[in-house]
Design a protein around this ligand. Structure first.
Ligand code: 5RP
Length: 225
């Protein structure tokens, strides 16, 4: 419950950063949810903005709360993106993808002038890697990618749905959740994964976030890299 309050406080604080006329990247997950809801409230109160969602789920939420949606084709440059994270390190390097939206999240974060992370205090770590790193793969390549990930010292596990079938992302791919333990050099690992054929995207977000708003008790802390 404390986490929920921290998430809501962080999400609402981030929604206040959006200015009239901006193109806003809308993140996915239970913390970004609060930012989208708060933005919907601001839109009802007169804020002019358009949103680009990072997932089908967030698109549905945004529409339901009255946010007008646009696309990257119409707006290839995003003013500000607000998104959650599974882990945040002191340089604001992130692990993302717990909600399965890592590919669109990274495209949108990369197309943004500013990425603001919203998180509860439990997401802050000194070293990334306790949370299994989500890696999105094309199903054709899954076995060879699994072998590669094992050779890098991690154990990959295919993400499944409650009925046991493979979880499928909004982009039609599968996800391997890879337990690396402490990731000593996230930038190097990110590069290795990005250079592996069959991996569509991975959840290491290196140097993308410029501000993190972290709910801690009844306060919201601002962290910068
Ligand atoms: C979705 C994500 C989420 O932002 C991340 O999993 C954090 O989610 P939550 O705010 O629910 O803890 O990366 O792909």
């Amino acid at each position: 419950m404390a986490n929920e309050q921290e998430k809501e406080a962080a999400g609402r604080a981030a929604a206040k950063l959006v200015r009239d006329g901006e193109v806003v990247g809308l993140g996915t997950g239970s913390t970004a949810y609060f930012a989208v809801v708060a933005l919907g409230e601001r839109v009802k109160a007169g804020l002019k903005m358009v949103g680009i969602p990072t997932s089908v789920q967030t698109g549905e939420l945004a529409r339901a709360v009255g946010i007008r949606l646009t696309t990257l084709d119409e707006h290839p440059e995003i003013d500000i993106t607000i998104d959650g994270a599974d882990e945040v390190d002191p340089k604001l390097n992130l692990i993302k993808g717990g909600g399965g939206a890592l590919l669109r999240e990274k495209v949108i974060a990369t197309a943004s002038k500013k990425m603001v992370v919203v998180a509860d205090s439990g997401k802050i770590v000194s070293v990334l890697g306790k949370f299994p790193l989500p890696v999105e793969v094309i199903s054709f390549a899954r076995t060879v990618v699994e072998k590669k990930i094992v050779s890098l010292g991690a154990s990959p596990k295919l993400r499944t749905q409650p009925d046991g079938s493979a979880y499928i992302t909004d982009n039609g791919n599968q996800i391997l959740d890879c337990s690396f333990g402490k990731i000593a050099d996230p930038a190097a690992l990110a590069l290795t994964l990005s250079n592996t054929p069959g991996i569509v995207e991975h959840g290491l977000f290196i140097g993308l976030a410029k501000l993190a708003l972290v709910g801690r008790g009844d306060r919201v802390e601002e962290l910068r890299p």
